[in-house]
Ligand binder design. Structure first.
Ligand code: NI
Length: 136
């Protein structure tokens, strides 16, 4: 029997979608307003989902206090109120699309969570656009 526990977190961050190998015209064509050289912001909503067996002694899949503090230190403190392109090492050469941000978040959290538990990331860039990544 496996149960998924979920924790919601938020961060505000600025980004610019841009491929340095392309012309400005091609960037504008593909990324539209998101290629704006002056950046723009999003209120990202993050859902971290952890799936596994219920531990018989605690009744927990994972202690949510630990998950909460992991998300705070590994994600919120690194991303909140940051310019992702300029200030977050992972995006120096990686386009900070919602897809890539979700993968980076998964990669940061995966080593910190028990290997017996499955990890899945859901990231809302807007209320209507969201991506999921489970390490596949
Ligand atoms: Ni954007």
């Amino acid at each position: 029997m496996k149960v998924t526990v979920n924790r919601i977190a938020h961060f505000n961050a600025a980004h610019r979608l841009y491929n340095a190998d392309w012309t400005d015209a091609r960037n504008a064509n593909v990324f539209g307003k998101c290629a704006n050289p002056h950046y723009h912001g999003h209120n990202y909503e993050l859902i971290v989902s952890v799936k596994g067996e219920i531990h018989p002694e605690t009744g927990f899949v994972m202690d949510m206090k630990i998950l909460k503090s992991l998300i705070e230190t590994e994600i919120e403190e690194q991303f909140d109120h940051k310019n992702l392109n300029e200030e977050v090492r992972e995006f120096k050469t990686l386009n900070p699309t919602a897809e890539n941000i979700a993968v980076v978040i998964w990669n940061k959290l995966r080593p910190k969570i028990d290997k017996k538990l499955a990890l899945s990331i859901t990231l809302y860039e807007t209320s209507r656009n969201f991506v999921t990544y489970s390490g596949e």
